[in-house]
Design a protein around this ligand. Structure first.
Ligand SMILES: NC(=O)C1=CN([C@@H]2O[C@H](COP(=O)(O)OP(=O)(O)OC[C@H]3O[C@@H](n4cnc5c(N)ncnc54)[C@H](O)[C@@H]3O)[C@@H](O)[C@H]2O)C=CC1
Ligand SMILES: O=C(O)CCC(=O)C(=O)O
Length: 455
């Protein structure tokens, strides 16, 4: 084949592939870690393992349908892989690669002894029955075989999966490993079969704790607490609905909520208990009394103190970031803000509390569940929540301190880079995401070196 005579026109489209974004975020951070060797950097950014399985299921409508699922172990350097399983029609191998990498950095930011993993099955739960979902779960887990295990890779809930799904994961794995304590193979289980008290709310609660700590530390000028703050929450599932309820209980005025069908708005504040009751009865917030409809796009553009994206990736992008008027973006979802949007918000002085810190409450309490399962114990909910608060405070402090340290020490870093002949683009002040990555990548690389994984 002959070489093209003209180069293709550069694309003006923003890169929205989640794994490309995860890699870009990582590479932005390693520029501030001048001691890392190029080979180690390459090893850290790539996943250790990707398993793709394909299986047929006889669905309740009598058809036989094929489903594809992926499980990625991004890193086992700091411990067993850890991360949720998602059921969604947009699941791809690259999305799961990204989600698994984010788990590695998240576990390092909150300092729980896990690596990063994630799983996803490409399916549309809105078109499947409960028994279809049970069969999909069981086939997926049995095909993954010993790629899962209490000391290997430990799943948990994510989008469109929940405690019931995790019970099926447990049961399938336990059938393959009779006579063992299999409880720690999966977290987010129902409480009466080894689940931890507080896990169901842990991600939303962690979002609240991280947000409160960051506000108390002065991250947003003139806003030091949630008392009276206006809040908009995109996504009303496990993370978004819990966050909305807890933010309201903490004194905030939640003026907008949304789900996949669209949003609801009331400038005087939404009755979150009524929204939860409607969601539990119908599945959605559509038609909520005493509110008006609002689109998901308009919700993201509301003039609020705090915006909590808690649905999916790529919600705040180059093409809509200019419309975002919130003073603080607090990421409940994984990957809701693209790098271009991050840059624009940073330049405008709008801080983004990054996913790998902000939504780490879920995996933190998953770790507590795993410990309880190994010790055959059940901690009370106050104990779990108190430990979670301490963890989120420490992690938030560590990220804010890392940002201050990096931005205060740029001269030294520049000098080190110049001395090593690594001079490239000048180092610029970092946002909270890059600071969190610097902290996380430094911790994972440190363990890789101590273990002799990287010589
Ligand atoms: N469940 C967990 O413990 C954790 C979840 N996350 C992340 O939080 C996010 C939400 O997860 P969950 O709450 O568990 O899922 P979920 O399935 O419980 O809820 C998802 C919510 O988002 C809504 N949604 C879906 N597509 C939407 C769209 N295009 N626009 C607006 N809303 C939309 C759904 O209707 C639903 O209300 C995901 O990014 C997930 O990876 C992060 C950490 C832990
Ligand atoms: O609880 C866990 O183990 C993982 C939760 C998760 O998937 C996430 O934090 O994105």
């Amino acid at each position: 084949m002959s070489a093209p005579t003209t180069l293709p026109a550069p694309s003006t489209q923003e890169e929205l592939n989640p794994f490309a974004i995860a890699q870009a975020q990582f590479h932005a951070a390693v520029r501030y870690l001048p001691d890392l060797e190029p080979g180690l950097i390459e090893f850290l950014v790539r996943p250790e393992r990707l398993i793709t399985v394909e299986f047929p299921i006889e669905t309740a409508d009598g058809r036989v349908q094929n489903f594809v699922g992926h499980r990625v172990l991004h890193s086992s350097i700091r411990g067993p892989g850890k991360g949720g399983i998602r059921f969604h029609p947009d699941v791809t191998a690259d999305e799961v690669r990204a989600l698994a990498a984010w788990m590695t950095w998240k576990c390092a930011v909150v300092d729980v002894p896990f690596g990063g993993a994630k799983g996803g099955v490409c399916c549309d739960p809105s078109e499947l029955t409960e028994s279809d979902l049970r069969r999909i779960t069981r086939r997926f887990v049995s095909q993954l075989g010993d790629a899962l295990g209490p000391f290997v890779d430990v799943p948990a809930p994510d989008v469109n999966t929940n405690a019931r799904t995790m019970a099926w994961v447990y049961d399938t794995y336990a059938m393959m490993h009779p006579g063992e304590n299999n409880l720690p193979v999966v977290t987010g289980k129902p409480v009466d079969m080894g689940g931890s008290l507080g896990r169901a709310e842990a991600t939303g609660r962690g979002v609240l704790f991280a947000c409160q700590r960051a506000l108390a530390r002065g991250v947003v000028d003139g806003l030091d607490s949630l008392d009276g703050a206006t809040v908009a929450v995109q996504g009303f599932g496990n993370v978004g609905a819990t966050a909305a309820r807890l933010f309201a209980e903490a004194g905030a005025r939640v003026v907008a909520i949304s789900d996949v069908t669209g949003g609801r708005y009331n400038p005087d504040g939404i009755d979150i208990d009524a929204a939860l009751a409607l969601r539990d009865a119908t599945g959605f917030v559509d038609g909520l009394e005493d509110t008006e409809p609002i689109s998901n796009d308009d919700l993201l553009a509301l003039d609020v103190d705090v915006l909590v994206p808690a649905a999916l990736e790529n919600q705040i992008r180059a093409d809509n970031v200019d419309s975002v008027r919130a003073r603080f973006v607090v990421e409940g979802a994984n990957g809701p803000t693209t790098p271009a949007a991050d840059r624009a918000l940073f330049e405008r002085g709008v801080p983004v509390l990054p996913d790998i810190l902000c939504n780490a409450g879920g995996v933190t309490v998953s770790y507590y569940e795993w410990v309880q399962n190994h010790e055959n114990e059940q901690w009370d909910e106050d104990t779990v929540n108190a430990k979670l608060l301490a963890k989120m405070d420490r992690a938030t402090d560590a990220v804010l301190d890392a940002q201050a340290r990096i931005n205060g020490g740029l001269d030294g870093l520049e000098r080190q880079r110049a001395e090593r002949g690594l001079n490239g683009q000048p180092l610029a002040p970092v946002d909270l995401r890059t600071a969190a990555y610097v902290l996380a990548v430094g911790r994972v690389a440190g363990v890789a070196l101590q273990r002799g994984i990287w010589p």
